[in-house]
Design a protein. Structure first.
Length: 182
């Protein structure tokens, strides 16, 4: 009995189409739930001080926040190895599946978010001569120097360190000790 490769191919194609459809439906369900969770987290964050409670920590992967564009841009900049331009941030948003269809001019919205984050000192800008303005989260916001060996000193009230150290991400307690600001 000969092997019917055409039939195998048609079956594989049908099965793949079915799995893709199921995958898209599951992703829509996940996106919907993530939006509901983000809305509840935002509500709890707003109500917590009134109830004398502490706002809950985000329950979702910080690299793929369910919130709006601002939270997504924060996450992109926090995980970026180098400063990014607004156009590069737009590409990152698209790559992570952020829905840009609800914005008539996504790049203008990104610029507005970046301006507000800069005004709030959450983001710094770099001005390079022949390239676009780039944005980054200040190193002091999420990194600390762990002293390996050396000597600390002060000059005019400003602390310094001579020796060997290594950069590490700030722990939650270090952020809380520095005023709870990120």
């Amino acid at each position: 009995m000969p092997v019917d490769y055409h039939e195998w191919f048609r079956n594989a194609k049908t099965e793949m189409a079915r799995l893709i459809k199921e995958n898209l439906e599951a992703q829509r369900e996940i996106d919907s739930r993530n939006q509901e969770i983000a809305a509840l987290q935002q509500t709890m964050k707003a109500i917590a001080p009134l109830a004398g409670e502490e706002a809950p920590e985000p329950a979702i992967d910080p690299e793929h926040p369910p919130g709006g564009m601002t939270d997504s841009i924060r996450a992109i900049l926090k995980n970026a190895c180098e400063p990014l331009s607004a156009a590069e941030i737009r590409e990152c948003l698209e790559a992570m599946g952020f829905d840009m269809n609800s914005y008539s001019n996504p790049l203008a919205t990104i610029h507005t978010v970046l301006r507000r984050l800069t005004e709030a000192s959450e983001v710094e800008t770099t001005h390079e001569m022949l390239s676009a303005k780039k944005f980054t989260i200040p190193v002091s916001k999420h990194l600390a120097v762990e002293k390996v060996w050396g000597k600390s000193f002060q000059i005019g009230g400003k602390p310094g360190f001579i020796g060997v150290g290594r950069l590490r991400r700030r722990s939650r307690t270090a952020e809380e000790e520095s005023g709870g600001k990120r």
